[in-house]
Design a protein around this ligand. Structure first.
Ligand code: NAP
Length: 646
């Protein structure tokens, strides 16, 4: 048992801040492994519940150590639910957590700005509050594969815990692998060698090189009386409140792009029986999650591996005995879990237990073994392999129980889209969306086929929609006063919310009689590839411009001329007008891709403000933009497309 410096046993709590479930999964693994390493495992909690584990003061934290696994959202922020913890970290009390031992593992993606920013903030702030880092911060990069850093970081964690807290039963090799170090040079052999070696070793795995088998969080029981059959088992997902999910149906659809456009974009209208939105209302700019069932054919193929009949009605029971859902196996797999998620190593380990073929079992164990980090990356991550791929291609003898699949697969994620409608013009029980169809993407392909069905035979297919709760306090919405000027920047489908902004503005201008002199001005920077192919909502925007609702409509065509022109180039070209608007108190709204566009636009705005408002001083321009952001006059709704909307 780990012993603290004062001789008492130390309890190690594991905390996580998660966006997509990765941080939670890693935290879970660490927590499950603590006892096998000789440490006293405390609680496994979201950072939101930091008070449960005494992380609010040095006195309450006495006798504890903390391992924190924290993700960063695309924009560099901490995950929403852990805001209360981030507030604690803002305290200016240098001894609040004096001597409290901790370490942080950050998860992020170097493709985006502010890599691992949330974890850095947590780490640095804890130190400022007096806490003592007992092991260096790890920073895992989803862009190159989290495993590359996570595994060596974990390898170093156990000896670090032992060094700090005493005689942990540590059976790891002495070698401490530096976090982020090129693990290949120390531990990896080629893929083919591994397979051969494993065949020769006959399941000779060292348990410490494998992820632990996690205890089940749910159990599944057969139900005899079918009258308890639910219409929809949506209530089993923990990632959203099922009460907020509403069923609507497609009421109009049209393709916004030409057949030969690089990407197909659809405009889809969804009608509801009653008003939609948080508390029955929404604002232009609000986002809504669309839930799309898993593919019928993929579910049938998956069911062939599971030892239940798809139509068998089962009851899911949580650890505390409460009934989570009652539905058919087919329904649960179709509507509850994300079957296309890439299986984590812990899942592969669990699947290996259900292979009747010893070679397949060995292979799954090899895939999740720490001694072969490249194999998992090459065979699973890089191939985007789903559970079905694993079962069909790698382990056809595997017969996992339904409970394991429902337990280990992440919940079916909502795909988020901005409403492109205006409640004032289109009514509160109708929503309009624009979405691009992602090649091979389950959700957007399914939505596109609903739109096609509507355009060919007016078939009003059902669509499940939920409002984004955090939008209730959002600043990404049109200014309430018509006298307020604003600039909008939205290339591609980033223009979606601005159509809503401008429709709302048109209705307001018509409704209220305002002195035209007092009405603020508006500018929209839209970007597309070619006017004839992907100029989304061209008619609507040109009409709004002709009506004077939209003052300046400026379009950057990226593939119409000899060189690329992007929205940021156009912002610079119209820099004087943009700067004037800002100086007169106007706002700037940016919507779209957070990877390259948002950075480019930020740079262009800095250059414009520097030139026109700050005598060429870039530093002052940056301060000006920061101030605008703090005053909610520079508001960005940045999306990371690959993450959410496939
Ligand atoms: P897209 O069609 O791929 O691109 C639109 C235009 O942006 C193209 O002309 C493209 O030019 C250009 N572009 C590419 N890189 C750029 C950069 N670094 N800076 C400025 N412009 C750049 O766009 P999309 O697929 O619609 O994606 C727009 C983003 O908006 C996505 O991240 C999406 O998630 C997000 N979004 C969607 C919604 C929605 O409700 N559907 C709402 C809000 C935001 P080239 O290809 O020629 O380089």
């Amino acid at each position: 048992m780990g012993v603290a410096e004062d001789g008492s046993a130390t309890t190690v709590h594991v905390l996580f801040g998660t966006v997509t479930g990765n941080a939670e999964e890693i935290a879970c693994r660490v927590h499950a492994e603590l006892p096998t390493r000789g440490f006293r495992a405390g609680l496994l909690r979201s950072l939101r519940d930091y008070k449960d584990v005494g992380l609010s003061s040095a006195a309450e934290a006495k006798g504890n150590a903390y391992i924190i696994v924290c993700s960063t959202t695309g924009d560099g922020d901490a995950p929403d639910p852990i805001r209360p913890f981030m507030r604690l970290l803002r305290k200016k009390e240098p001894t609040l957590l004096a001597g409290v031992p901790y370490t942080v593992l950050g998860l992020g993606d170097t493709n985006y700005e502010n890599f691992c920013q949330a974890a850095k903030k947590v780490d640095v702030s804890l130190a400022k509050l007096g806490a003592e880092r007992f092991y260096k911060r790890g920073q895992a990069d989803d862009g190159t594969g989290l495993e590359e850093v996570v595994e060596p970081w974990l390898d170093g964690l156990w000896p670090a815990l032992k060094d700090r807290f005493g005689d942990a039963v540590d059976i790891l090799a002495d070698k401490e692998i530096a976090c982020g170090e090129d693990v290949e040079s120390t531990t990896t052999v080629s893929v083919d060698d591994i397979v051969k070696a494993v065949t020769a070793q006959e399941l000779g795995f060292d348990e410490t090189s494998l992820p632990s088998l996690l205890p089940a969080k749910i159990s599944v029981a057969a139900v005899i009386e079918t009258e308890t059959h639910f219409d929809s088992p949506l209530s089993v997902s923990a990632s959203y409140d099922p009460e907020t999910v509403r069923k609507g149906s497609v009421s109009a659809a049209r393709k916004l792009t030409a057949d030969d456009a690089l990407k197909t974009v659809w405009h889809m209208e969804v009608a509801f029986d009653n008003a939609i939105g948080v508390d029955g209302s929404y604002s232009p700019g609000d986002a809504f999650g669309i839930l799309v069932d898993n593919d019928v054919d993929e579910i049938s193929r998956l069911l062939a591996f599971v030892s239940v009949d798809g139509e068998d009605v089962v009851r899911i029971v949580a650890e505390n005995g409460s009934i989570v859902a009652t539905a058919s196996a087919r329904q649960l797999l179709t509507q509850r879990v994300d079957i296309r998620a890439i299986p984590k190593k812990t899942f592969l380990r669990a699947l290996s237990e259900h292979c009747s073929d010893v070679e397949e079992r060995r292979y799954l164990l090899t895939l999740c073994s720490r001694t072969s980090p490249r194999l998992y990356s090459e065979r699973i991550l890089k191939k985007n392999m789903s559970l079905l791929g694993v079962l069909e291609e790698l382990a056809p003898s595997c017969r996992p129980p339904l409970a394991l699949l429902l337990d280990q697969l992440p919940p079916l994620p909502p795909r988020w889209y901005s409403a492109t409608s205006s409640p004032e013009v289109d009514g509160t029980s109708s929503l309009h969306f624009a979405f691009s169809v992602v090649e091979g993407g389950l959700a957007t392909t399914a939505l596109a086929s609903r739109c096609e069905a509507f355009t060919s035979n007016c078939s009003p297919a059902a669509v499940l929609v939920m409002p984004r709760q955090s939008d209730a306090n959002s600043y990404f919405r049109p200014p309430s006063s018509l006298s307020q000027s604003y600039v909008m920047v939205g290339p591609g489908t980033g223009v979606a919310p601005f159509r809503g902004f401008l429709r709302e503005r048109a209705a307001q201008l018509e409704r209220v009689s305002v002195d035209i002199e007092k009405v603020g001005s508006t500018m929209l920077f839209f970007g597309c590839r070619e006017a004839e192919k992907d100029y989304l909502y061209r008619e609507d925007l040109e009409h709004l411009s002709e009506m004077g609702v939209l003052g300046t409509l400026d379009v950057a065509f990226s593939r119409s001329g000899p060189s690329k022109i992007y929205v940021q180039d156009r912002i610079q070209a119209l820099g004087a007008a943009v700067a004037e608007m800002v100086q007169d108190g106007g706002s700037i709204f940016v919507c779209g891709d957070g990877g390259g566009m948002a950075v480019g636009v930020d740079k262009a705005l800095t250059a414009v403000l520097s030139e026109h408002c700050c005598d060429g001083n870039e530093k002052d321009a940056k301060v000006m933009l920061k101030k605008m952001a703090a005053e909610h006059r520079y508001v960005r709704d940045i999306w990371y497309f690959g993450e959410a909307n496939a």
